[in-house]
Design a protein around this ligand. Structure first.
Ligand code: URP
Ligand code: ZN
Ligand code: ZN
Length: 471
């Protein structure tokens, strides 16, 4: 059925203007004024913002990790994402060494199909490079539309790959048109520091942060950036948490290297002192990289503002406090790493960023949606309000206030790391390909309606070359 979205303020990564939208066959058919009703459903936004659905480039739904499986799956995770104004997620498909990658991709399809309520796509983990992998990569790109590859520089003896693997992945990505993503921490040094702490009897959650200091993130980020320059390839650094890593990304970009950086809401508003909470509560705040001293937050905000960092991912990887995080009682290294963030990613950036004057409204749209679409081969099908684009739309009340709480969130995890935080601005209704998923703050979507999206190859000219070099 046709829809007319009326009386909204359209916000894109570049413009803010008053107009109506005509939606037909799941797409934005026209942008203008006074469309004849002609049997269309009228949606009066009453002056709310209307912006492209958020694109979360970093999720781990139902992922086996840390001796357990992340709590939110493609059903609960995508419902929560939709409540928060996200209409596409790109999840990390884990591969196993020695096994065809297509097996791993099938596993991820099986988890997501018939469950997701919004559209989704996959990144592919590269744990090793050999002739089989090099043969399979172009096939995966062609058949599955998976055009981004993740290399872990940390999690020794679990996911960690060596520098040779990273370098060869960068070379392959250059040749094939892929974007290489890195978890940038020096896993070998962390392994040494963790063992040392445990030998000294230091087992509390705070030692998670103390054994992964900013230097190990900065070092790995710089190394990955240098290897990218050497390979003349392209790199996206996930979950940047500290000044040391921002400096390396900014320096690489000044040299003209094709290097991009993502941060996450937790690093923008929470700090290392949360890991010191009593009664093991600090475990709720265990991420890798860890939360940092508070002053790093200003560096991250400035980097988003000046373009040294370009995107915000949730790094959604939720675990219950009771029954999952407590696997690490008495040994911080066994606390499952990650938290429930997917629902609050957009609101936190709006409230803490736009409302507090740290970034502009158009930058906000770029950071939560448009830039991710461009980097990950979804643009202009997604990530913008334009004729021909998917009608993935958020109708957002910029003035409503709410308090974040596990009591009211829609994620499956039994706590919310932002518990009690006041935010201004909230999605009222969310449409995915022209259909309501959230209507007046109620879930009205259909389980399994989300589609798997094949993505285009990395195209550096589509990412705005002018934004690549910051001053
Ligand atoms: O602590 C985190 N970040 N958990 C999810 C896995 C990862 O490293 O991204
Ligand atoms: Zn990571
Ligand atoms: Zn992650």
């Amino acid at each position: 059925m046709k829809k007319i979205v009326k009386n909204g303020i359209i916000v894109t990564a570049t413009d803010t203007y008053q107009a109506d939208l005509l939606i037909e066959n799941g797409k934005i058919a026209a942008i203008g004024h006074d469309f004849p009703l002609g049997g269309a459903e009228l949606i009066d936004t009453r002056g709310s913002y209307v912006f492209p659905g958020g694109i979360d480039p970093h999720t781990h739904l139902e992922m086996p990790f840390g001796g357990t499986v992340s709590k939110d799956d493609f059903e609960t995770g995508t419902i929560a994402a939709a409540f928060g104004g996200t209409t596409t997620v790109i999840d990390f498909c884990l591969t196993n060494k020695g096994e065809p990658m297509k097996n791993a991709i099938q596993t991820w399809h099986a988890k997501s199909k018939d469950k997701a309520v919004i559209d989704y796509s996959f990144h592919l983990m590269i744990g090793e490079i050999n002739e089989d992998v090099l043969e399979e990569l172009p096939v995966v790109m062609e058949e599955e539309g998976i055009t981004s590859f993740k290399v872990f520089m940390a999690y020794k003896n679990v996911f960690q790959a060596d520098d040779g693997t990273l370098f060869r992945t960068l070379l392959a990505a250059k040749e094939l048109g892929g974007l290489v993503m890195v978890h940038a921490e020096n896993g070998d040094v962390i392994d040494y520091l963790v063992n040392q702490a445990l030998e000294q009897g230091n087992t509390d959650p705070i030692y998670h942060a103390l054994t992964r200091p900013p230097e190990v993130e900065g070092e790995a980020t710089g190394r990955a950036a240098q290897l990218t320059g050497l390979a003349n390839s392209q790199l996206y650094v996930v979950h940047v948490s500290c000044a040391e890593a921002v400096e390396k990304i900014a320096a690489a970009r000044r040299k003209g290297y094709d290097v991009w950086g993502e941060t996450c809401p937790q690093y923008l508003v929470l700090d290392q002192t949360y890991l010191e909470k009593p009664n093991f509560e600090g475990a709720k705040y265990v991420w890798s990289p860890p939360l940092r001293e508070k002053w790093h937050q200003d560096v991250l905000w400035n980097a988003l503002k000046n373009g040294d960092l370009q995107t915000l991912g949730s790094d959604q990887c939720s675990f219950d406090f009771n029954g999952q995080k407590d696997l690490g009682k008495g040994d911080f290294s066994k606390i499952p790493n990650g938290g429930p963030i997917i629902e609050d990613r957009v609101s936190i950036l709006f409230s803490e960023g736009v409302k507090k004057g740290r970034i502009s409204l158009n930058q906000f749209v770029d950071i939560v949606s448009t830039r991710n679409a461009k980097l990950f081969g979804l643009y202009p099908q997604k990530g913008t309000i334009a004729v021909g684009a998917d009608a993935d739309i958020v109708i957002f009340d910029p003035n409503v206030e709410r308090t974040i709480s596990a009591e009211t969130h829609h994620m499956a995890a039994d706590y919310n790391p932002f518990e009690g935080m006041q935010v201004t601005g909230e999605p009222v209704s969310v449409l995915s390909r022209g259909e309501f998923v959230i209507r007046e703050k109620q879930f009205v979507g259909k389980i399994g309606k989300g589609q798997y999206i094949k993505r285009a190859r990395y195209n550096s000219s589509a990412t705005d070359a002018t934004d690549k070099v910051s001053n």
